[in-house]
Design a protein around this ligand. Structure first.
Ligand code: OOG
Ligand code: MG
Length: 259
């Protein structure tokens, strides 16, 4: 039986709010309907007082696609309330089965509006020209589905597992971001290493993906928006007492303690 989008949206939002996992959705949910569910939950969270600040990309790296068995780039939303400050301990309460992953974050220096004659090339170019800073980041993902398992449409409907994110110190936007070594450490031990090329072969290709998805699904790109470009390694389970750190060459390291 096909369920209406409003009831699926309400079930997922309730799962998030109560930190209780739910069953995966029916397999006949289309990707367009999954994005419609995501948009409904953004609207209801904004109506409840949260503030939309920017988009996040997911599955832009092979390591993430392989870890989760999903191979298409996805986009979710970030609200101001989801941002966590690195100098505060990360609280696991209110989360179901959180994981953490190392990200690059771009910042939009000005609002990017979609124009009627935009192609993904022209929009990608304006996004890139509007980015004024980049930082190392981390994302806490927390699938609302049982056992952290999902299909592509499931994870899109669930706002791409987004839960919290941390942004390190903003750096001037460089001409080039390829080839920088990345290390992900838990309790001082390197658990993953990679390079910035993990993101689509070149982190700047994230702008093309964001442009294509924005033309299709209408994400807002307001001034000041952080844009998560996607994890550069597989994600790791968060456990209380851990210290998690990301090192990307040429950037200040970013670390956070788990309460
Ligand atoms: C979906 C979110 C993927 C990324 O950076 O690749 C993502 C998930 O893995 O649960 O945020
Ligand atoms: Mg991510």
């Amino acid at each position: 039986m096909t369920r209406d989008l409003a009831s699926i949206a309400a079930e997922l939002d309730n799962a998030r709010a109560t930190a209780t996992s739910v069953a995966q959705l029916a397999t006949d949910l289309t990707l367009d309907n999954a994005y419609a569910i995501q948009a409904r939950n953004l609207r209801s969270r904004v109506a409840a007082g949260e503030r939309y600040i920017g988009p996040k990309l997911g599955f832009t790296s092979k390591s993430k696609m392989e870890q989760m068995g999903v191979s298409d780039v996805i986009v979710g939303f970030l609200t101001a309330e989801m941002e966590h400050r690195a100098d505060q301990p990360l609280e696991l309460e209110g989360l179901i089965h959180p994981r953490i992953e190392p990200e690059l974050v771009f910042r939009l220096g000005q609002t990017v509006e979609v124009r009627a004659d935009d192609t993904s090339e022209s929009l990608s170019r304006r996004i890139r020209e509007s980015v004024d800073a980049v930082a190392v980041g981390m994302e806490v993902i927390d699938s609302r589905y049982r056992d952290f398992k999902f299909s592509l449409s499931d994870v899109v409907a669930d706002n791409t597992s987004a839960a919290q994110f941390i942004v390190g110190q903003w750096q001037d936007f460089p001409r080039e971001l390829r080839g920088l070594p990345v290390e992900f450490l838990i309790n001082g031990e390197t658990v993953e290493s990679s390079t910035t090329d993990a993101i689509l072969g070149d982190p700047f290709v994230a702008f093309d993906q964001l442009a294509t998805m924005t033309l299709r699904y209408g994400f807002e790109l307001p001034a000041g928006a952080p844009i998560l470009a996607g994890a550069m390694t597989a994600a790791h389970w968060l456990e209380s007492g851990q210290r998690v750190k990301v090192r990307v060459e040429r950037f200040p390291a970013l670390s956070v303690a788990v309460a």
